[in-house]
Design a protein around this ligand. Structure first.
Ligand code: GLU
Length: 210
């Protein structure tokens, strides 16, 4: 289980998120990625290896400016440490992006459901299965928060999940079960992270979710 950061506010989300991930580097990881919502689309960059590899990708192909974003440093449990398995993962229609710390123990059962829905995952991760399930819930008209509540009841294991929806530029949605998640309350901006170290330079007001 490695690092997660989510941000909504007036600052450039990519900078806040990548800086937050850097502060979680001490936990160890094998790949890193970030996604933002801009112009009703998800834009993402992810790369195996150090955050400096992600920095290079972002320098060569910068993401548009946005105040909403999330990021992840991965410690692979399902699938090797490569660019495809790195987080964030997208739903089949690319409407939402998801990052995840932990393990979804029943992901093979859930994956079988995706076959029925005609969805073929592109990665080997347990995480991508959850992204597709969230996408299917959104397609029924649910909000991302409602979709997250519904999908979490179906997941076995310990996890922190953080997601954004390209149709909602104002919210980051997060959930946890037996895995850390802290909310940082700022002035006109808010944070979520797996550890307060990710946002301590921006706010010292933190809420540990039960
Ligand atoms: N199980 C997920 C994966 O292998 C998340 C691992 C993590 O906690 O970084 O991608």
């Amino acid at each position: 289980m490695c690092g997660i950061v989510g941000y909504v506010g007036p600052q450039a989300a990519v900078d806040v998120v990548v800086e937050g991930l850097r502060r979680l580097e001490y936990r160890g990881y094998d790949s890193a990625g970030v996604a933002i919502v801009a112009d009703s689309a998800i834009h993402l960059a992810k790369k195996a290896g150090k955050i400096s590899n992600l920095d290079k990708v972002l320098a060569e192909d910068p993401l548009p400016r946005s105040g909403l974003g999330l990021g992840h440093t991965r410690w692979a449990t399902h699938g090797g440490p490569n660019d495809v398995n790195a987080h964030p993962h997208l739903s089949a229609d690319s409407r939402m992006a998801l990052v995840h710390n932990g393990i979804i123990e029943n992901y093979l059962t859930l994956r079988a459901e995706l076959d029925v829905a005609g969805i073929t995952p592109t990665s080997e991760t347990d995480t991508e299965i959850v992204a597709h399930l969230l996408g299917l819930e959104l397609a029924t008209g649910r909000s991302l928060a409602e979709a997250m509540r519904t999908v979490c009841t179906r997941l076995h294991g310990a996890f922190t999940l953080v997601a954004v929806d390209r149709t909602d530029p104002n919210h980051v949605v997060a959930a946890r079960r037996n895995s850390p998640l802290v909310v940082g309350v700022g002035k006109g901006e808010n944070f979520v992270a797996s550890d307060v170290a990710a946002f301590i330079e921006h706010t010292r007001e933190a809420i540990e979710l039960g």
